[in-house]
Design a protein around this ligand. Structure first.
Ligand SMILES: Nc1ncnc2c1ncn2[C@@H]1O[C@H](COP(=O)(O)OP(=O)(O)OP(=O)(O)O)[C@@H](O)[C@H]1O
Length: 605
């Protein structure tokens, strides 16, 4: 017996289809539907009504063929000619306008939804802990923002608008066929399962290619980013060829996958045509036999045939929709995976009291690390029972070998990470209990990255806070020796600093970041290597500023250059995850061999 006729074969197929549905596409669709349908339901109702009009118009056209053939061509009834022509015209116009309105309305809904999902993604990303960003690079995030968000557009439009329209049209035409000749209709429909099965096979093949295709987009994002951000290294090391080759490989990979995808997406077309051809042939065969044996109405048959031929278009689109949807669902799944992966920052509720640097509060350290243990991703320990206290108004410098954990101390203070054991305190409060905005509001931080936002110099300094005055901005820039340079520019503070600050020098970027912290004017100043790229003159300016601020701020400075930290109230030597020694410059130089060595190296001349 052929496989197709065994019960087991069919049972397996049905189980397979149910499995496909269970795999999540339907659940995913329902999730999107639940989250978004209620927001746009009024517009959707309007769209559904328009779909009804368009589908009815198509069915009525097929229906009218019977009257056109019988009244005009067989009976030569002249009176019916004009009314029939006018009806056809009216039906087509109504169909055209309703499809136009549907497209405009549905596209607007889609655009609103894409914008919403992109806003949700940004909101989500902003609340995540820093380790989330180590696991999700900007390239994969970008891919989710672009391809992922656009896929939402596809799904609701494909299913709710195009899918529903094609489905309603198909149903209308099937009704016409059933009314005109039910037996002929049933004979033609026997081919439907073959089409359904064929499309299901295609869907399976598409799954892996879709995944690879999306990963390819992330690789492409990475290549463009590396080429732009690393262009000077690429050129200095003659890496253009290597960059070109690796780009070509990625692009070629995407092209090949898209070719395979195109073939799979187009495959329902020949499949459906063959199946429809079989249905039409069966219909002609059956009608032909009947026509020869008894008198069979030509108008009925023409109307049936028109409906059958018209049905091929929505049937083809519905099959292609299933295939296109598979791809969109993959992308949407990635967006939901990201939104569901919640590594949001812990937040406390405690706020810091009023003026933090009031006299009399000096007994409580401004900053305290108590037996702090810390490791990134639970791997190698970075801090091993570190203790450090900094009094209000004190300036402490952190010195030590590269990778010793100095910057990590700042990250724990800012609550970018939480200690594995021990406590980090700010003015006597465990930072874990503090409200993140309150904690970070009390700290001016200058990191090593010297990040510059796209926009003008003013935007970069004020961080678009309109409360910051021009005087404050200019005073900060004078303090870091930038004001004269900026004032000499044709557009002054309105000069665009260029994407990622490529238009300004390393030292200028460093001073711009320092000026940003000066404008913030917070009671705690955390400075990580803020003079590394500066000439002696500008280094002196920054040192003067720090010295002046140290009287009414608590300052922690990390610097490899001892000239920057020499005058600190205290120098703490970070070594092997602990404070190995601390004291004033002269004391340490006399008592600690490591410090003595770096003093000798740096002040040798
Ligand atoms: N995000 C991270 N994920 C994993 N490991 C990290 C991360 N950041 C830093 N580390 C590791 O933690 C250790 C301490 O790094 P940290 O940046 O605190 O050192 P540092 O003393 O400031 O060094 P440098 O003087 O070179 O700036 C290093 O071994 C570093 O490789």
């Amino acid at each position: 017996m052929p496989r197709l006729l065994t019960r087991k074969w069919w049972a397996d197929r049905i189980a397979n289809w149910i499995e496909q549905i269970r795999e999540g596409d339907v659940e995913l669709f329902l999730q999107i539907f639940r989250e978004y349908f209620h927001r746009f339901w009024k517009r959707y109702v309007l769209i559904f009504m328009l779909i009804g009009i368009a589908s009815a118009a198509t069915a009525v056209t097929a229906w009218l063929v019977k009257d056109v053939v019988n009244e005009v061509f067989v009976d030569r009834n002249a009176e019916m000619l004009i009314p029939l022509v006018l009806m056809v015209l009216a039906i087509f116009t109504a169909r055209g306008f309703s499809i136009f309105l549907q497209m405009v309305l549905s596209q607007r809904i889609s655009n609103a939804m894409v914008a919403d999902i992109q806003k949700r993604l940004i909101r989500h990303v902003l609340t995540q802990r820093l380790d989330f960003f180590s696991q999700n690079g900007s390239d994969t995030l970008l891919m989710r923002f672009n391809q992922g968000a656009q896929a939402f557009n596809q799904i609701l439009n494909l299913v709710l608008v195009n899918g529903l329209r094609d489905f309603a049209t198909l149903i209308g035409l099937i009704i016409v066929m059933l009314i005109q000749d039910p037996i002929l209709a049933l004979v033609s429909f026997t081919v439907a399962p073959a089409a359904f099965y064929g499309v299901s096979v295609l869907l399976k093949k598409m799954k892996d290619i879709s995944k690879e295709e999306l990963a390819g987009f992330a690789d492409l994002n990475r290549l463009v980013r590396e080429t732009v951000q690393g262009i000077s290294i690429v050129k200095a090391y003659n890496l253009e060829g290597a960059q070109r080759n690796s780009s070509a490989n990625v692009i070629e990979g995407i092209r090949q996958r898209r070719d395979r995808m195109a073939a799979l997406q187009a495959a329902p077309s020949p499949l459906l045509d063959t199946v429809t051809g079989t249905a039409v042939s069966l219909a002609i065969l059956y009608a032909g036999f009947r026509m020869m044996s008894d008198s069979y109405d030509a108008g009925t048959f023409m109307s049936f045939l028109t409906a059958l031929l018209m049905a091929t278009d929505p049937a083809r689109k519905l099959s292609q929709m299933r295939v296109k949807l598979r791809r969109s669902f993959m992308a949407v799944q990635m967006v939901f995976d990201l939104l569901n992966k919640d590594q949001s920052e812990a937040n406390g509720t405690k706020l810091l009291p009023g003026p933090l640097m009031e006299e009399g509060a000096a007994e409580t350290p401004a900053i305290a690390f108590q037996s702090v243990n810390f490791s990134y991703n639970n791997k190698t320990p970075v801090l091993k029972g570190l203790d450090l206290e900094v009094a209000p108004g004190e300036m402490v410098a952190l010195v030590g070998p590269s990778g010793a954990g100095k910057s990590t101390l700042f990250k724990l203070l800012l609550k970018f990470h939480a200690p594995d054991a021990g406590r980090v305190e700010l003015f006597g409060n465990d930072v874990a209990e503090l409200d993140n905005a309150a904690l970070r509001g009390a700290i001016s931080f200058v990191g090593q990255s010297n990040f510059i936002f796209a926009g003008s110099i003013r935007d970069n300094l004020s961080l678009r806070n309109h409360a910051v005055s021009q005087d404050q901005i200019e005073a900060a820039c004078r303090a870091v020796g930038l004001h004269d340079d900026i004032a000499a520019l044709p557009k002054g503070y309105d000069t665009d600093v260029g994407e990622l600050g490529t238009l300004i020098s390393g030292g200028q970027a460093q001073r711009l970041n320092m000026a940003r912290a000066i404008i913030k004017d917070a009671p705690i100043l955390l400075l990580d290597e803020v003079t590394s790229a500066l000439d002696a003159e500008n280094e002196q300016l920054i040192k003067d500023y720090i010295r002046a601020q140290a009287q009414h701020k608590t300052v922690l400075v990390i610097a490899h250059r001892l000239s920057t930290v020499k005058e600190a109230d205290r120098i703490a030597l970070v070594q092997d995850g602990r404070i190995a020694a601390q004291g004033r410059h002269d004391e340490l130089a006399a008592t600690n061999s490591y410090y003595e060595k770096i003093v000798a190296l740096q002040f040798a001349a």
